[in-house]
Design a protein around this ligand. Structure first.
Ligand code: URA
Length: 234
């Protein structure tokens, strides 16, 4: 890794501040003063700045309860990015592992660890996601049984080849359901209900692969994940 990047990743300094620090001759690598930001830091080298050893900060792993009218993107569009709710340094260097629509609320996982988020989003991993769904048309008795069976067997989404993978539907009441899917196709939950003649009027993600959104995390609130939660996708 370049020395200027190494300094940024092991402190709160920006790239410009790191360059100034280097120019001042305060940084040594294995005992030698280095002023060039492009210098490649050898594996295991000791980098010291103003007498303090710099060690790379670890990756960051966060859960947030996504508010409505925010988007899971690093760039604002019609709606603002949900990263504005994260009061951490360099929030916009993080990314969201598994996007939600602007009008969907609930669990989002946010990180800067690309391999970790790949383990969540890769279609090959079949990671389970559970959504609380509010429907326009009540589902009772035979209708509920039919829809449950259709989702278990797979439904044909408009414009897709093949059926959806087996999904589990559990009714909370006539219009409120819990749906667990192992895919992440565009607008998947809304399109699954559209495929069986219903309409989703509210959607909230409750869990991703065993990581469950805290009950007491209000919309827009977040917390760091625990080591056990991080380990589920490491
Ligand atoms: N399925 C949808 O239709 N929308 C989401 O935001 C997530 C899953």
């Amino acid at each position: 890794m370049r020395l200027d990047k190494y300094i940024c990743k092991s402190s709160e300094l920006t790239r410009n501040e790191a360059k100034k620090l280097l120019k001042s001759g305060e940084v040594t690598v294995d005992g030698e003063v280095i002023k060039n930001g492009a210098f490649k830091v050898p594996e295991g080298a000791e980098v010291i700045s103003s007498g303090q050893v710099l060690s790379l900060l670890g990756h960051r792993y966060i859960m947030m309860n996504k508010p409505q009218d925010t988007i899971c993107s690093n760039v604002d569009e019609v709606h603002p990015s949900l990263l504005h709710f994260l009061d951490v340094d360099r929030a916009f260097e993080l990314h969201i592992a598994g996007r939600l629509d602007a009008d969907t609320t609930g669990l989002v996982l946010i990180t800067d660890d690309g391999q970790w988020s790949h383990n969540i989003t890769s279609p090959k991993k079949h990671c389970e996601k559970t959504y609380r769904v509010w429907l326009e048309q009540p589902l009772i008795e035979q209708d509920l049984d039919e829809t449950t069976e259709q989702f278990k067997n797979g439904v044909q989404l408009n414009g897709e080849n093949g059926l959806t993978l087996p999904a589990t539907l559990v009714a909370v009441d006539e219009t409120e359901m819990l749906l667990t899917i192992t895919e992440g196709k565009y607008h998947q939950v809304k399109r699954m209900f559209a495929a069986v003649g219903n309409k989703v009027i509210g959607l909230h993600r409750e869990s991703i692969g065993g990581i469950v959104l805290d009950d007491d995390l209000m919309m827009g609130e977040w917390r760091d994940l625990t080591e056990q939660e991080i380990a589920k996708f490491s």
